[in-house]
Design a protein around this ligand. Structure first.
Ligand SMILES: Nc1nc2c(c(=O)[nH]1)N[C@H]1C(S)=C(S)[C@@H](COP(=O)(O)OP(=O)(O)OC[C@H]3O[C@@H](n4cnc5c(N)ncnc54)[C@H](O)[C@@H]3O)O[C@H]1N2
Ligand code: MOO
Length: 402
């Protein structure tokens, strides 16, 4: 059976994505959310010509000649407006952020002034006209679009939104992702194990990937390889989420029942089995309520890679984020055999050497091995039928962490 090319599989997942509804949240809850509408400034910043330094507001022409005395006619701390006018031979004591008084056109920094007496200073260096003055609107003007719809609200975006006087932002609701681990052999971390049993670990990494991508996660625990139990768990899960992730039971064995159970619960399967390694038996479909269902294979690295490749872009699409280029170029530190029809994701370490990124794949790539996954900081992406490569060749990598 021909395996579906990965790019086609991903296109099918993203093809019918709708964004989640919009909610309005106070700024402090918008961290890492996605802006749902273009944001325009509600004010101008700075709202007036303002001093960028502590010193004296002067007329530049009065300071062309060093040593001329200037009369200090008042003070302008930030947060106040000096009401007088600076005339020839006069200046105003001013502080960073304060509006520049009428008549003054430059700031003489206090390091370049000496006090003669309480009301007189002398400049020890000249100023150029306009020096140390921030023009009104230097940063943004009222009505400017400062952040575009789809922008991830990172720290800089949040401060900018606040500076524009937005207390509440329109953001996309976090998609609700439900996780269901399947398998008779699975026990929760902390349980004592009987012979033949292992710990269900996949949900923890996949949940973290989903949360980091912007989802809210409900872990529905472990369900046995038993049709009635699976059907009940899946039916319940489908009522509670926007995306259901099943973990395990995706392959062809007698106990791999997930595909059948999903079909019985009304999920129309779009694909099953992809030309990728690890993760061949990945499946995807939707039910009539539009819930996305991603069936990830049980092998721990397969479920992890599948979450990165399918779940992350799906959550990005549902929250209205622009698709991001995620691959980087690196130099291979070891030779690689020619590839077959499956796009390969090889755990590797990535480090910088002489200003270039170097990727070193682990010699053993068994998809059960979490110990190498935890050391790896990238995946080397090998396209289908890539020819054999030698150390020094370039390759593409997907960074997992820094
Ligand atoms: N005859 C064939 N056998 C297999 C094929 C195939 O094409 N023909 N594909 C292999 C590939 S590739 C993969 S990947 C696995 C995936 O199979 P399943 O999705 O059915 O996964 P399970 O059989 O349920 O489990 C596989 C493996 O992973 C362990 N596991 C399962 N769930 C978890 C979990 N939540 N946490 C940790 N470990 C888990 C499970 O105990 C098994 O050891 O199928 C191959 N077989
Ligand atoms: O996808 Mo499976 O993990 O190739 O072993």
């Amino acid at each position: 059976m021909a395996l579906l090319p990965l790019a086609e599989a991903l296109a099918r997942v993203l093809d019918s994505v709708e964004t989640t509804s919009v909610e309005h949240l106070p700024l402090h809850l918008c961290d890492e959310r996605v802006l749902a509408e273009d944001l325009s400034a509600l004010r101008t910043q700075p709202p007036f010509d303002s001093s960028a330094m502590d010193g004296y507001a002067v007329r530049a022409e009065d300071v062309f000649v060093i040593g001329e005395a200037l009369r200090v006619i008042g003070a302008a701390p930030a947060g106040t407006v000096f009401n007088g006018v600076v005339s020839a031979g006069e200046c105003v004591r001013i502080f960073t952020g304060a509006p520049v008084p009428a008549g003054a056109d430059s700031i003489l920094i206090q390091e370049n002034a000496t006090r003669v007496d309480d009301a007189t200073i002398k400049a020890t260096a000249p100023v150029t006209r306009g020096q140390h003055i921030r023009q009104a609107g230097l940063d943004f003007r009222q009505g400017d679009i400062v952040l575009r719809k789809g922008r991830l609200l990172d720290p800089a975006a949040l401060s900018l939104a606040a500076a524009c006087n937005h207390a509440v932002l329109p953001v996309h609701r976090k998609p609700r992702v439900a996780l269901l681990s399947t398998g008779d052999e699975l026990r929760a971390p902390g349980d004592s194990l009987q012979p033949g049993q292992i710990i269900a670990s996949n949900a923890y990494g996949v949940a973290a990937i989903a949360r980091q991508a912007g989802a809210e996660v409900i872990d529905l625990g472990i369900v046995r390889d038993d049709m009635p139990a699976l059907n009940a768990a899946i039916a319940m899960a489908l009522r509670r989420c926007d995306v259901l992730i099943t973990l395990g039971g995706a392959s062809v064995g007698d106990h791999d029942l997930v595909r059948t159970a999903l079909a019985e619960c009304g999920v129309a399967m779009n694909f099953w089995k992809i030309a990728m390694r690890p993760g061949k038996p990945t499946m995807y479909g939707r039910n009539d309520k539009g819930v996305h269902v991603l069936g990830l294979p049980g092998n721990p690295v397969a479920s992890f890679v599948g979450a990165h490749l399918f779940l992350v872009p799906l959550i990005a699409g549902m929250t209205g984020q622009e698709p991001r280029a995620r691959l980087e170029t690196a130099i291979l530190a070891a030779e690689l055999r020619e590839n077959d029809q499956r796009q390969d994701y090889l755990r590797a370490t990535l480090h910088e050497e002489n200003g270039r990124l170097v990727a070193k794949p682990f010699p053993v790539q068994d998809s059960s091995m979490l110990s190498t996954l935890a050391v790896a900081n990238c995946l080397i992406v090998r396209p289908p039928f890539a020819p054999a490569a030698i150390a020094g060749d370039t390759c593409r990598v997907l960074r997992l962490r820094n």
